[in-house]
Ligand binder design. Structure first.
Ligand code: SAM
Ligand code: SF4
Length: 334
């Protein structure tokens, strides 16, 4: 394979989107994502910033036009701004249409200006609650103040901000009106995500699982929603709120499948390529990356993985609370 043609899988899906995890570490321990005690990868297992750049650039050469940097928490990775700086050359060249990140926002106040300067236009910030005590409980250690400062810094830097909130029974239900008013009051979209059974978190997720159909009924009791056909290239379906003019996105991996139009692949921080969030198919890209300075073997490994991309995932929340996959969401970054 030449390494110059586009990536198209056996189901005719063209791969144009890469989610690249730069670390499995995080300064928080969200209850739906991680266990309280986590064993993280030894640092030497991780790709270096230079290797991450080379790997991402190989995907850009194959027609990937959007890259999202994620984690763990991407902004705790040392040198991550150098990675943005380096990848921004693809934005200037026009090969990359979008370079963005998903963050918990705790370090965003420090980095927002740099990110904006380097060509980042939008950021997703994960925030499930506006209540400081609940925030501490859900993240098992976090403080809400710095996140609020981070949001403000991002908006001040001219970044478009989308809030991501995981739908949780006993929490999102009674805060949803405040979250909508807060997000839309600051010109931010709000996307609601159903919890997915990934990785052992030390808790039974079935207790916390809140279907978005149920949450939407609650939202519609107060707000007037109109479904829109707008898509942002991801799995979210959007509805416009008449009272605020803002949008709410719904990501429903558990109740409805979006696999037919999947255009994405994920690479973990050690350089393993996953072609489906909900399946085990994987391909190590670190060995071909480190094995040769040329990218021939790397492209061959990418091609082999894309040929084996599964048609879709197979999530079920009701497996007695057990995770469908052993790996944590923080291994791949959503
Ligand atoms: N640390 C960053 C953050 O929190 O935004 C990036 C990585 S985090 C794993 C990416 C997204 O995955 C977050 O929006 C988080 O809420 C979501 N997430 C984590 N565990 C999840 C789960 N079990 N089900 C659904 N979403 C999950
Ligand atoms: Fe960290 Fe993000 Fe997982 Fe929360 S969701 S523990 S912030 S990686």
């Amino acid at each position: 394979m030449s390494g110059t043609c586009h990536l198209v899988d056996l189901f005719g899906r063209r791969i144009s989107y890469l989610r690249l995890s730069v670390t499995d570490r995080c300064d928080l321990r969200c209850v739906y994502c991680m266990a309280e005690q986590m064993t993280f990868l030894p640092r030497k297992e991780l790709l270096t910033i230079e290797e991450l750049d080379r790997l991402a650039s190989a995907f850009v050469a194959r027609g990937v036009t959007r890259i999202r940097i994620t984690g763990g928490e991407p902004l705790v990775r040392r040198g991550v701004i150098d990675l943005f700086a380096s990848l921004s050359r693809h934005l200037s060249a026009g090969a990359l249409k979008e370079l963005t990140l998903t963050t918990n926002g705790t370090q965003l106040a420090r980095h927002a200006d740099d990110l904006a300067r380097l060509g980042v236009r939008r950021v997703n910030v994960s925030l499930d609650t506006l209540d400081p005590e609940r925030y501490r409980a859900l993240t098992r250690r976090g403080t809400l103040g710095p996140v609020m400062e981070g949001l403000q810094a991002a908006l001040d830097a001219g970044l478009k901000v989308k809030l991501n909130a995981v739908a949780l029974k006993g929490s999102t239900e009674d805060e949803i009106d405040d979250l909508i008013a807060f997000a839309h009051g600051h010109g931010m979209d709000l996307t609601l995500i159903e919890t997915m059974p990934l990785g052992d978190t030390g808790e039974d997720r079935t207790d916390r699982y809140l279907p978005l159909t149920e949450l939407r009924r609650r939202i519609e009791a107060r707000w007037s929603l109109t479904d829109t056909s707008e898509r942002t290239g991801g799995p979210a379906r959007y509805a416009r709120v008449a009272e605020t003019g803002g949008r709410i996105g719904f990501i429903t991996p558990m109740t409805h499948t979006f696999c037919e139009t999947c255009n994405r692949v994920r690479v973990g921080a050690t350089g393993v390529l996953y072609t489906c969030l909900g399946q085990e198919e994987r391909m190590d890209l670190r060995a071909p990356l480190r094995g040769s300075e040329a990218d021939v073997a790397l492209h061959a490994a990418i091609d082999a993985a894309i040929r084996a991309k599964p048609s879709g995932h197979d999530f079920h929340i009701d497996r007695g609370g057990r995770p469908a996959l052993a790996r944590h969401m923080s291994a791949l970054g959503g």
